[in-house]
Write a protein that binds this ligand. Structure first.
Ligand code: COA
Ligand code: AMP
Length: 632
């Protein structure tokens, strides 16, 4: 069967289709029901099924004779360390650390927050939680204490797992001060904190609260996997929403495992034993799915890379890793290649390495711009595949399915829907739009296995955020169109979420921070185009009347506030004072118009605008302050 036949079968007979796919896993009890509709109005996959995700990722492979195969390669140019773990060794570490967590009282259903960098112990921590049926929530290291505190209060973890520090290119980031501040700020009190002491930095532990990871693990015996329901949560991953409160995306065990397993062969065309590398971070969904769970469930060798595409030590580092470990598939964000291209546009460093093992390059996190696509294709000479997905989906929704039938690549397009995803372009009334007409990208329910079944402890917000815009559909928050050949083009977020270097951030959250400054009356944060990072945030603030303040000092203070509250990952580096902000007569700030102006795009001012002259003021401000393309 070709792509089209299988795709149609997946939509017309979802139960039959997903039953077949589930058979590829080693369940303890095969599900009684494939897809059920529940009382809360939501649907669930694989009710009655019993499994353990950590078992599928480790024990199963050892039982099947893969014990001596390398499961994990750790490559850390920032610490000059390289390590390899076989499936058997990784299982031993995970089982022992699960034993340590068990000794701390962690059991099925308990939440555990993981605030750790890209080191093997982070993978061990995730799989150890999964082994016990505990629900992990990994928090990205670039987030500040306040963000960690928000997540502690929402997830209410029993234990927090940490490392002594993170390492960015050439600076050490001590984690304990961040953790101490977060624990101090949060109302929920955790029972214990377990700290992994890295060789590069020794942290001062808090007596009575903190445990040393090594001591705890050495004293523990190996824990056996716990049987969980397919519908039990495996993890919560917080992501930016359109308010200051991030959304706790829940991932179940059963649907997730089925999606992970199948996506490896369908989407990425990899087989057990292949070396697969997702150059992302375990703090993001890409890291959860394609550094940890999918490659291990599929029996591949996964690469855990603690470095950057450039400066660690140079822009040839990605090519070096491919050569050294014979990577078959590399998956990263386009911004990483824009950074490499800037430093090595002629590909001189690329030529130093043998990258013949590489069969595909997959990109996601943001749309792949044509310049990057063309440069990469000419240089690497393998298919460069843009694919579209979100934290909510957990795996690709649009892609060119390399493992089924690699189709023609259209630059700028994320290609076609993955099996199970009925993706449609809708107008504001929920009607399907004809080809080449831009609208909202929505998915007809039910969402396939692996996608979020709910938000953590917030069914109302789940329904309101995703299911209420178009009845019978999940609304992705993205805009786009489909062409006459069925290829989808994602044009960007329709809401106030921005994408900075492949990182999803909420402008509303940044606005909350700016608004808390004593001199600020009102503000707007807009994501404007950036050559390297795709988008960067810029703040526009209106001062309270009578306030006199040096604008440069204010800008520095606001930048520091965003860094302290949200974290360096926000890349918030510009804030300018405006006399007024453009608004509609009903008082809504026209952020999109400001973005268009900064990006030098043409637009029709809406008839609802309160006062047209404010647009001239903003245009002038952008030029004077050298903000965005309009100033060039
Ligand atoms: N812990 C602590 N700080 C972190 C961090 C972490 N895990 N990750 C990033 N930061 C900090 C950086 O040090 C930087 O701080 P600074 O303002 O003091 O310099 C800031 O957050 C912004 O980091 P980053 O977005 O990484 O920008 P950069 O300028 O350092 O590097 C790129 C630019 C393009 C090289 C980098 O963003 C990159 O490699 N992107 C790939 C994106 C990716 O993997 N996305 C995942 C989705 S697939
Ligand atoms: P995240 O939840 O952090 O993975 O971010 C998801 C968002 O990133 C999507 O809603 C899109 O706006 C954007 N995105 C991810 N992949 C792509 C892609 N291939 N093309 C266009 N936008 C993308």
């Amino acid at each position: 069967m070709n792509y089209q036949d299988i795709y149609e079968h997946s939509l017309h007979s979802p139960r039959t289709f997903w039953k077949e796919q589930a058979k590829k896993l080693d369940w303890f009890t095969f599900p009684e029901s494939i897809l059920s509709n529940e009382e809360d109005g939501l649907s669930r996959w694989y009710k009655g099924g019993k499994l353990n995700t950590s078992y599928l990722a480790l024990d199963y492979h050892v039982e099947q004779g893969r014990g001596e195969q390398i499961a994990l390669i750790y490559d850390s140019p920032v610490t000059n360390k390289k390590e390899k773990y076989t499936y058997r060794q990784l299982l031993e570490k995970v089982a022992r650390f699960a034993g340590a967590l068990k000794n701390l009282g962690v059991a099925k259903g308990d939440r555990v927050i993981i605030y750790m960098p890209m080191i093997p112990e982070t993978v061990v921590a995730m799989l150890a939680c999964a082994r016990l049926g505990a629900v992990h929530s990994v928090v990205f290291g670039g987030f500040a204490a306040h963000e960690l505190a928000i997540r502690i209060d929402d997830a209410k973890p029993k234990v927090l797992l940490a490392a002594s520090c993170g390492k960015e290119i050439n600076k050490i980031i001590p984690y304990l001060p961040i953790i101490n501040a977060a624990i101090e700020e949060a109302s929920h009190k955790i029972d214990a904190c377990v700290v992994f002491q890295r060789e590069i930095f020794h942290a001062e532990l808090v007596e009575g609260r903190d445990y040393d990871w090594g001591t705890l693990a050495a004293a523990a015996s190996q824990a056996i996997y716990v049987e969980v329901d397919a519908t039990d949560p495996l993890y919560i991953l917080y992501t930016s929403g359109t308010t200051g409160q991030p959304k706790g995306i829940v991932r179940d065990n059963g649907g997730h495992a089925v999606a992970m397993k199948n996506s490896m062969s369908w989407v990425y065309d990899v087989q057990p034993g292949d070396v697969y590398w997702a150059a992302s971070d375990v703090g993001w969904v890409v890291g959860h799915s394609y550094i940890v769970y999918a490659p291990l469930i599929h029996g591949c060798t996964t690469v855990l890379f603690e470095g950057k595409p450039i400066k660690t030590p140079d822009a040839g580092t990605f090519w070096r890793v491919i050569d050294e470990y014979k990577v078959k598939v590399l998956f990263t964000a386009p911004t990483a290649f824009r950074a490499i291209k800037k430093e090595d546009s002629e590909g001189v460093l690329f030529e130093k390495y043998d990258t013949s093992s590489l069969k595909y390059l997959f990109l996601a996190g943001e749309r792949t711009d044509e310049a990057t696509y063309n440069w990469l294709t000419d240089l690497v000479k393998v298919p460069v595949i843009d694919h579209w997905w979100q934290t909510e989906s957990g795996w690709p929704m649009l892609t060119n399915m390399a493992g089924i039938d690699l189709k023609k690549i259209k630059p700028g397009s994320a290609s076609q829907p993955v099996f199970g995803y009925d993706i449609q372009i809708l107008d504001a009334d929920g009607n399907q739009l004809p080809p080449n007409t831009e609208g909202a990208v929505a998915i007809k329910l039910p969402l396939p296995p692996g996608c979020l079944p709910n938000l953590y402890n917030d069914t109302d917000r789940f329904k309101q955020s995703y299911l209420s815009t178009f009845e019978g559909y999940y609304f992705s928050g993205d805009g786009g169109y489909v062409d006459e050949d069925g290829y989808f083009f994602i044009t960007g977020r329709i809401d106030d979420i921005i994408n900075v270097a492949g990182h999803r951030l909420s402008t509303a959250e940044m606005e909350e921070v700016l608004a808390s400054h004593s001199a600020v009356a009102e503000c707007a944060v807009v994501g404007i185009a950036d050559e390297l990072k795709g988008q960067i945030p810029v703040g526009f603030v209106v001062l309270k009347s009578g306030i006199e303040i040096d604008e440069n000092d204010l800008e520095k203070e606001l930048i520091q506030m965003v860094r302290n509250k949200i974290g360096p990952v926000a890349s918030f580096k510009r804030a300018v004072v405006a006399q007024r902000l453009p608004k509609t007569r009903s008082g809504k700030i026209l952020r999109k118009i400001m973005r268009y102006m900064a990006d030098g795009k043409t637009f029709n001012p809406p008839s609802t605008i309160e006062d047209m002259s404010v647009l001239d003021e903003i245009r002038e401000l952008l030029k004077i302050k050298k903000v965005g393309l309009i100033s060039i």
